[in-house]
Design a protein. Structure first.
Lengths: 319, 319
């Protein structure tokens, strides 16, 4: 991030007509945005929501309340404009891009094989990066993929340790039997890949999925282009877990939009060192929590750019 | 609230293309708005931010980091459009009304007398009610008044018990000495009015202030007109404390916009039975936290009204 822009934005915050620090995290958000945009007065004119969809081979083990066909059906709903992310991206003033990744070709069942071969994983990373363009002021990422909270749990358990049960939750709403099946699948996957090379790429391709790798690719490309990112819930954060273990600063350009109701998310956010902006019991995915958080970021910039300074207002300085 | 509209809104939520409950509090907010607006598909076309300003006689005891003249200076800043609430009300699409209540005539020093006589308190309540009109879809309330976190602490201590120190905080930023003076002032005020009749009106007029009574008047008028309200921080919630002790359901038409950094606020919210939408370390007043929360409410209604149902989208029912 740009140290000069950060200092200028912080100085501007301290000159605005309010007691110092009284806007709390809104002040920090404005300074964060300044640092990554490289300007004292950051804006969101070009904001994008990138939602990636993929299917997972391990769903044959009964880990989701819904059939894999729902992934494609929901992509159709995104395209038709009827899903939550359509409404939320619209309310947040974001351009919505939906990328469906080989939905008719699920990943391999990761309890017995790597989810993706090298070429497939690289293709998914590239598909994510391709959605990120220079000039974007903000990127939010989201996911759609029946079964992907199981993949996210596997990525977290391999990256950060802990038992599979500590990372598995109800997802879209499985019952106790479903949770037990999810735990068993994660245990089998970890055992199958126990001797794999301990690198971020190997963890991602063996235990991730196409939409998860695409999210990682998008976040990395945003970092290269110094575009600030808002992460969504458990899945989008888990996409970064393998890399964050190796390079903790990789999430420095990211805000956590919200804390999901999925129980593994709060634990994951602690590992990533991210303090979520919102905590509203959401657990939908699709980038929904991240899109909602954009309203908070817009409000932070509205105060940062729109308020009068003490000098302009003629209010007793040092309020 | 309208039970039929609530049932219809809940049924609509359950028909939308998402797992049941996956939008968390957004779903509850949409149903809440439906109940008070009396329609299955509530909207915010006419939303108003009402900010009340008043001055306090007890500030002679050195309870604020700023002189009382800042109240009028900030009202000037509101009028000129340079304050945080201008930016935040604009971002939230709210009509902003600022009501300055006799700023050149502070309340009486409540350590030795009632802050207001009956006529003054009724006038302030009426001034608050006058800002609320039939047809508003949402009202947010906020305050400006140097010293008013001390009045709020006195109202809370008299209403809910506890020691003054449990309700006093740094406000806009006093140091330890300032906090000690605030505690002493609240103790003196409680002692002075210990034998006063134990009614909401007497507590409000003796320990409140004009802007605080106006907030209470606005919230009551909104209730009469069935207009949902978003409360701001410690001051606006404290305005309701005397009445809420007597009539706990009085806040049923209210959402708590946020939890302030002022330490008494979280305790007060628990007494009021309100779960704040946001917790971002804000402590400015002016309705700033409530205005920010309106973005969340707008997003809740955008999903509620804008999403496709399972039937419309042709997605497998019962997702």
């Amino acid at each position: 991030a740009d140290a000069e822009a950060i200092a200028a934005a912080r100085a501007r915050q301290d000159s605005l007509t309010k007691p110092a620090g009284s806007l709390g995290r809104l002040e920090d958000i404005a300074v964060f945005m300044a640092g990554w945009q490289g300007t004292a007065q950051p804006v969101i004119e070009q904001g994008r929501a990138a939602i990636f969809a993929g299917n997972h081979g391990f769903v044959v083990h009964g880990v989701s309340a819904f059939p894999a066909s729902v992934t494609a059906a929901m992509v159709g709903n995104f395209t038709a404009g009827g899903a939550a992310i359509n409404a939320l991206a619209g309310a947040a003033g974001l351009d919505l891009r939906v990328v469906a990744l080989d939905l008719d070709r699920p990943t391999a069942d990761f309890t017995v094989a790597a989810a993706m071969d090298e070429t497939e994983c690289l293709a998914a990373l590239s598909a994510g990066a391709a959605v990120v363009e220079p000039g974007l002021h903000l990127l939010i990422v989201g996911d759609m993929g029946i079964g992907n909270s199981t993949a996210a749990a596997a990525l977290c358990a391999r990256s950060y340790g802990g038992t599979p049960a500590q990372w598995v939750g109800p997802g879209t709403g499985v019952d106790a039997g479903g949770i037990a099946r999810k735990v068993a699948v994660v245990e089998q996957a970890l055992a199958c890949h126990a001797n794999a090379p301990d690198t971020p790429f190997e963890t991602l391709r063996r235990l991730g999925g196409r939409e998860i790798a695409a999210i990682a690719g998008a976040v990395l490309e945003a970092r290269r282009l110094r575009i600030p990112v808002v992460l969504d819930g458990f899945i989008s954060c888990a996409a970064l877990a393998p890399l964050a273990v190796a390079v903790p600063a990789i999430t420095d350009h990211c805000l956590a939009g919200h804390c999901s109701a999925e129980p593994g998310h709060i634990r994951l956010l602690e590992h990533l060192g991210l303090d979520p902006l919102l905590s509203l019991g959401m657990r939908l995915g699709e980038g929904s929590g991240a899109a909602l958080a954009v309203s908070v970021i817009r409000a932070a910039l509205a105060t940062h750019n729109g308020m009068a300074t003490f000098a302009e207002a003629g209010v007793a300085d040092g309020l």
